[in-house]
Write a protein that binds this ligand. Sequence first.
Ligand SMILES: NC(=O)c1ccc[n+]([C@@H]2O[C@H](COP(=O)([O-])OP(=O)(O)OC[C@H]3O[C@@H](n4cnc5c(N)ncnc54)[C@H](O)[C@@H]3O)[C@@H](O)[C@H]2O)c1
Length: 432
Amino acid sequence: MENMHVKNANGKLGVLVIGVGGAVATTFIAGTMITRKGLGVPVGSISQLATIRLGKREENRFPKIKDVVPLADLNDIVFGGWDIFEEDAYAAACHAEVLTPEDLNKVKNELQAIKPMKAVFDQNFVKRLHGVWVKQAPTKWDLMEEVRKDIRNFKADNNLDRVVCIWCGSTEVFTPISEVHQSLPALEKAMKENSSEIAPSMIYAYAALAEGIPYINGAPNLTVDMPAIWDFSAKQQTPICGKDFKTGQTMLKTVLSPMLKTRMLGLSGWFSTNILGNRDGEVLDDPGSFKTKEESKLSVIHNILQPDLYPQLYGDVYHKVRINYYPPRKDNKEGWDNIDIFGWLGYPMQLKVDFLCRDSILAAPLCLDLVLFTDLAKRCGMSGIQSWLSFYFKSPMHDNEHIAEHDLFIQYVKLKNTLRRIIGEPTVDFID
Ligand SMILES: NC(=O)c1ccc[n+]([C@@H]2O[C@H](COP(=O)([O-])OP(=O)(O)OC[C@H]3O[C@@H](n4cnc5c(N)ncnc54)[C@H](O)[C@@H]3O)[C@@H](O)[C@H]2O)c1
């Protein structure tokens, strides 16, 4: 098999995080810094820990992905970003209370050096937050130009070879896709006319793509889920991926649903509820932002179980998802699932899952992998929706001609096979 032409990862990689003062962002950044100093293990990161089988099983070749795939070195990463609050990444990480002061102090100086750039923010899209460190400009198009300037300055000031942009910002209010999102000229016109249908996240995404920078969408916002941006990313030969990190409850759904389906066990109901006390929980307490999250969380089961093919088993599933803001738990989310299933002759049974997780601890390794893999994709000349990265998302992006794959293990095979293709190795049809 021919090696894909991959530009090498020489030079520095800039990582621009939108929402750089958030819990996920600061946990990702601090954890990467701690890891590269050899002071912590990046648990949960496929790019850093997983192996990949190459060749036939009997050859017994299982190198680490990072040893055979030309990924950027963690020491070459430079972080920056935007937030609606001015505090530096150290102060923000202390507020987030995810990592201990002891851990944060290991990289205190480096974190303090990350000062957020002023954000593009509009409170109509995140009702529960009041932005104070915010850009002002006459139109959304002008704001986009400001973001482009920020990107160029960041690149020049830090002598960077490449940049990747990742949204770790708050979940915006649900914005239905309309006429203005259907084509690039319509989108550009709407930005110039200050249309209320242009969310801040779309402004960042457009600016990143205009600079030829990959855009990763970690929230359920529809930011890059529109024909205008698909076209733009193809035109700019720049990858996009999203949406909504698949970390806790939904990850479990995409493992348990295939289990039920492969055994032809029926499902009558799935009730999921969460308590969460961080700022994300507060934002999601607003019905508009919750609607965006709900849409993202609901599609999973239906897609995997294919009720059209199996009406007797999955034709009448009651699926409900709730998120409750409960401050005492901070970032330590508790997610309960009650799953009503049925077996032989329709006899009912129940499954209960109680996942006492840590939201940002689960999300941080996904950020690292996505940053490294989208940078790789860009260096391979890949553009448009990166469906091989669906593994990382609750609601994987797809265009109007394709459907998304949700099964975690099918997604994993696809991820690894894409890596194999990139390095010129034969693909493998099963999990290794
Ligand atoms: N942690 C998880 O497991 C997980 C899983 C899936 C998705 N997510 C999503 O990731 C995002 C981040 O989560 P979090 O827990 O870090 O939330 P957070 O509230 O701690 O962080 C969000 C940050 O974004 C900033 N922000 C909001 N609007 C902005 C804008 N327009 N420009 C720049 N900055 C802006 C906020 O000030 C805040 O610092 C959320 O959208 C969340 O839904 C998280």
